[in-house]
Design a protein around this ligand. Sequence first.
Ligand code: NI
Length: 252
Amino acid sequence: MKLVDTHCHLDNEKFDLDRLEVIERIKDKLEFCVNIGYDLKSSKRSLELAKKYDFIYAVVGVHPIDIAEYSDELEKELETIAKDSKVVAIGEIGLDYHWMTEPKEVQQDRFRKQLELAKRVNKPVVIHTRDAMEDTVNILKEYPEIGGVIHCYPGSLETAKVLVDRFYLGIGGTLTFKNAKKTVEVVKEIPLDRIVIETDCPYLTPEPFRGKRNEPIYVEHVAQKIAEIKEISVEEVAKATTENAKKLYKIG
Ligand code: NI
């Protein structure tokens, strides 16, 4: 069974010189990949890519770092593209108290607005959370009908156990880093049926390519590491996580 990259940014300028080649490599090696928007422009680019290639799907939304651009007009436009059948979720949305480009209250308000939007279009969400786990979990509790994925899961095992009721945990290249003790524990203890694999490329490149640009086919290095931690075969990891990705994004 082929792997899935549940979270990539192929519209990023770092792919401007060789995007076609990078996409060619996905075609043979991966089941599909999901391109994630972070503002209105990238959300539109994401949908463009998804319309062009049948193995690429789009997620649209405004990232907490880019949330200053959020307005009623933007929301209307976002909702229109969100209804497209190639758009499989709303994201990446959430809270980022590390960069704090906008105050907490503003981030929370616009996080809720996009959760409402997800409810209206009946699609799951892709959550970004950094140094803000408690508030993220509390806000998600206000929307018990919404599921999705916590991208690049940064939390504790304790919180993971609560979240996996409704959310998949996105595991990426950071799992292969030397200081990944917490994530290794999460992967070890959380059942494989709640885990999906991602790259977040061009960022967070797994070992042995850390420091270079990341790309979707490197999901195999994350899968290998999960197999190692869970003491199972890479094939088992691929089969389960690809099934999970299809369920998460309601594909196929
Ligand atoms: Ni991302």
